[in-house]
Design a binder for this molecule. Structure first.
Ligand SMILES: Cc1cc2nc3c(=O)[nH]c(=O)nc-3n(C[C@H](O)[C@H](O)[C@H](O)COP(=O)(O)OP(=O)(O)OC[C@H]3O[C@@H](n4cnc5c(N)ncnc54)[C@H](O)[C@@H]3O)c2cc1C
Length: 450
């Protein structure tokens, strides 16, 4: 617990309006989307911060950190709180620093956007489009997620087929971080190795004050839904589109029936014929060109929009992709949860057939594509009809046994995630968080050491 005097000091730094120390706002803003996981839900449901503070400037951020470190109170950074693994849940209470109010776009050119931590990704995309640029890739939470939350807690998304993920060099060009010391330092990072110390750090090694994203030239994206008789036909068609290096693809997401039936607006638009698999697409091709490309796989276009990214009373297929698919599914059936799979590009059909043979309808396929380290691979945000922890953990073990790599969304520990940067984060944490106050409870190696 923190004292009233301590909370008063925080109020003096940021103003009354930007401190939350009670009520449903405290509860709500201490949570993220961990409830996707039936394993994490009971672990995290009751956790909350003692106080939430929202700095509006880097100077206020520094003052808050100095005060909190002197009191040796845990600190958890947070953006919009849309993470899926409880990354921004203050497991040991203390001060939750929300950087959402640090929300200025500092510099924007067709090549890069330098933004404060709390800028919503949609704002970057909208402003970039005005000067002929766009985000290289973004999560399906584009309208809500913050810049720092995505880089510190996310991985990949729409656009990752071409541009890869947050770890890939050249996507994040620069970051300003504040260290967790009695006299906090403000450090600028631009070396790709040093940046690995904060990329997907789950708020563990430093607080990000601002970031520079490399941008891409804007493309005239069109949106399509295409329907197929079987999931296998749809997947083969998707592979043909994704692996064609002459084709610009921003989104290719393949959904097995009954997933399309969960997408209310698309069902109402007659985009999801009963029993069929669908692909959601962002391409720059015309309707005739798309119809020709998919015809060989028995596909037909069931819905088309000549524009993408409007997000105002329009259908945006990104709202049904990546982990939004899981959200729509859970809304229909709360027993559903999910896996994060990485398939072997050469064996994906065999791997899916093996898993189907063993688990049947308990597993529903959702495959999208993402580049990592220069190679595009099919990745699954596979839906699972959850029965028990043993069933879910057994399924993940089985997937690993047939070569489907698992990045478990059912653990709060960053070091359980095979994709994490490892030593650069541990080194950064040792140097910048010498008292171990930052987001405690999210590193298994640290728990075991204490
Ligand atoms: C419906 C849904 C769909 C999603 N789709 C995707 C997707 O397509 N791709 C994807 O990668 N993820 C996805 N996610 C996960 C999540 O939305 C994204 O990763 C998002 O970018 C997180 O941003 P946020 O602002 O909500 O971060 P938060 O959830 O607030 O924070 C995420 C992590 O970053 C840390 N953090 C936040 N701000 C700072 C800071 N200033 N300094 C240091 N650390 C900080 C937090 O401590 C936490 O560990 C999805 C989640 C949901 C619920």
């Amino acid at each position: 617990m923190v004292s009233q005097e301590f909370i008063g000091d925080l109020r003096a730094i940021v103003g009354d309006k930007f401190v939350i120390d009670r009520g449903s706002r405290l509860d709500r803003n201490s949570r993220d989307a961990f409830w996707y996981s039936p394993i994490l839900k009971p672990q995290l449901e009751e956790k909350k911060a003692d106080v939430i503070v929202q700095p509006q400037t880097i100077d206020q951020l520094v003052q808050i950190i100095a005060k909190t470190v002197k009191a040796r109170v845990p600190i958890t950074p947070r953006g919009a709180g849309t993470g899926n693994y409880g990354q921004s849940v203050p497991i040991h209470g203390g001060v939750l620093i929300s950087t959402k109010e640090m929300n200025n776009i500092v510099e924007l050119t067709p090549e890069f956007a330098r933004v404060e931590a709390g800028v919503i990704l949609y704002s970057i995309e909208t402003e970039a489009r005005k000067i002929g640029a766009e985000l290289r890739f973004f999560p399906s939470t584009l309208p809500t997620a913050t810049a720092a939350g995505f880089v510190a807690g996310g991985s990949a998304g729409i656009g990752s087929i071409k541009w890869g993920n947050v770890w890939d060099a050249g996507n994040i060009l620069n970051a300003t971080v504040v260290t967790i010391e009695e006299t906090p330092q403000i450090i600028t990072l631009s070396d790709p190795i040093a940046l690995q110390g904060i990329i997907h750090n789950c708020g563990l090694s430093a607080i990000i004050a601002d970031l520079t994203f490399a941008l891409a030239p804007a493309s005239p994206w069109q949106q399509y839904v295409a329907a197929f008789d079987s999931f296998d036909d749809a997947l083969r068609c998707a592979e043909e589109l994704v692996f064609d290096e002459d084709l610009l693809t921003r989104l290719v997401a393949v959904h097995e029936w009954p997933i399309p039936s969960f997408f209310g607006k698309l069902v109402n638009a007659n985009a999801c014929p009963e029993g069929k698999a669908i692909i959601l697409l962002h391409l720059t091709l015309s309707p005739d060109e798309v119809a020709t490309k998919i015809a060989g796989f028995g596909g037909e276009v069931t819905w088309h929009s000549p524009q993408a990214g409007v997000h105002k009373n329009s259908i945006e297929l990104t709202d049904y992709s990546w982990n939004h698919t899981t959200l729509w599914a859970i809304k229909q059936d709360p027993t559903i949860t999910y896996l994060q799979d990485e398939f072997d590009r050469e064996r994906v059909h065999e791997q899916i057939a093996l898993r189907k043979a063993k688990y049947g309808d308990a597993v529903i396929e959702h495959i999208t594509f993402s580049k990592a380290g220069g190679v595009v691979r099919p990745v699954g945000l596979t839906l699972v009809r959850y029965e028990s922890d043993e069933q879910l953990l057994g399924l993940m073990d089985y997937c690993e046994s047939i070569g489907i790599l698992q990045y478990s969304p059912h653990t709060t520990y960053l070091d359980d995630d095979g994709r994490w940067s490892g030593q650069p984060i541990l080194d950064a944490k040792a140097e910048w968080d010498p008292h171990g106050l930052l987001n405690p409870g999210h590193l298994r190696s640290q728990e075991n050491a204490t």
